[in-house]
Ligand binder design. Structure first.
Ligand code: F6R
Length: 366
């Protein structure tokens, strides 16, 4: 059932191109011009009147939510707050008459996420679930559901569910922008075109996976690492750091690259490993300065960037190149090397990759 792969996690990493295509299926019109959601009942009027959005989720799904915020704010210009589900109820969140709450959950059974969405419903908010499991508790209790259709995810460390959640957010952000006329039809069509290229681009990255096996060998004895990035790259760094922690048991921290100099830079010493993401053209120069700051303190840096920034070679020790895409879509590509780093590190350390210690696939207690 692992189809020749050594672990479910490896199989699920390689299933991503298909999972992403499945999340898109039926949600783009035949001409490739518009996003459609045939299974959503939300009246157009309700969609146009949304004034604020809460995203509630845990762990990896929360990290997808952080990207979702960037996407929705930038495409549809609606303010979005992202909350860790276990915190949401206890901070007395403010709901207006036109607040939409989005609950994100692979399993659809996470107790914290369920409790957060019930709190939203109690406050009169419409709840939209993004989930991978049809008929799950979260799917049943939500007003509307977008299923990710990634197929069953067995490994505890989430991979294809995360990238499928990102696709769901892209489609939803584009749909809001389209219904609110926040973007011109030509802009939507061009985004759709880039979106449809992502599965093939993920295949290209997976074809060069071996490069990251060497990196895993190099970091397996480290006590701690840093992942740095700006904007959505920071959110992707958080996911890369979580993945590495949960299956390799090596401590790491994700940092907004510009924030390092406000304290954390003190932890960088000769040989400290840093994974630096620079996928955003508008932030690339700033990232180079931040990389120079850690290099000056002796860090050993792996840079992850796209093909136009091959010049990054001059500033780092190693470069991992990903294909070029629209600035908002880079997380789908940038996370793949991070998943592979976590996977290979866990393998070389001889850990139980699919069932890491202390963790359960579905967390049904609060
Ligand atoms: C990490 C991981 C967890 C889950 C979290 C939420 O790889 O799998 O952080 O993402 O427990 O689970 P779901 O999405 O099922 O609500």
């Amino acid at each position: 059932e692992k189809d020749g792969y050594a672990h479910y996690m490896e199989k699920e990493i390689y299933e991503q191109p298909r999972a992403l295509r499945n999340t898109m299926t039926g949600r783009i019109d035949e001409a490739g011009q518009k996003v459609v959601f045939p299974d959503l009942q939300l009246p157009a009027e309700t969609i146009r009147s949304i004034e604020k959005i809460y995203i509630v989720a845990c762990g990896t799904a929360y990290h997808a939510g952080l990207i979702g915020k960037h996407v929705i704010e930038s495409l549809a210009r609606i303010p979005v707050e992202v909350d860790v589900a276990s915190e949401f109820r206890y901070r007395r969140p403010l709901f207006g008459p036109n607040t939409l709450t989005i609950a994100v959950s692979q399993s659809g059974e996470t107790a914290d996420t369920l409790a957060a969405m019930r709190e939203a419903k109690r406050n009169g908010s419409v709840v939209l679930a993004i989930t991978n499991v049809v008929g799950s508790s979260i799917a049943r209790e939500a007003d509307e559901v977008i299923t990710t259709n990634a197929g069953p995810e067995i490994a505890v460390a989430s991979t294809k569910a995360y990238t499928s959640q990102l696709i769901a957010f892209y489609l939803w952000g584009m749909y809001l922008a389209q219904e609110k006329a926040a973007l011109a039809p030509a802009e939507i069509a061009s985004l759709i075109q880039s979106l449809q290229q992502l599965p093939g681009q993920v295949e290209d990255i997976l074809a060069h996976a071996q490069q990251l096996r060497q990196f895993a060998e190099a970091i397996k004895d480290e006590r701690h690492l840093f992942f740095i990035g700006r904007g959505i790259d920071h959110a992707v760094s958080m996911e890369g750091s979580l993945k590495l922690k949960e299956i390799s048991y090596i401590h790491s921290e994700a940092y907004a690259a510009g924030e390092l100099k406000h304290g954390t830079l003190a932890l960088i010493e000769e040989g400290t490993r840093v994974v630096a993401l620079s996928t955003q053209d508008a932030l690339h120069e700033k990232m180079i300065s931040n990389i120079t700051e850690v290099k000056a303190r002796g860090a050993n840096v792996l840079g992850i960037t796209h093909e136009d920034h091959v010049d990054l070679h001059r500033s780092v020790d190693d470069v991992c190149l990903i294909p070029k895409t629209d600035a908002l879509f880079t997380p789908v590509l940038a996370v793949i090397p991070l998943q592979l780093i976590a996977y290979y590190t866990s393998v070389v350390l001889g850990n139980d990759v699919d069932r890491p210690r202390n963790l359960a696939k579905s967390v049904t207690v609060e």
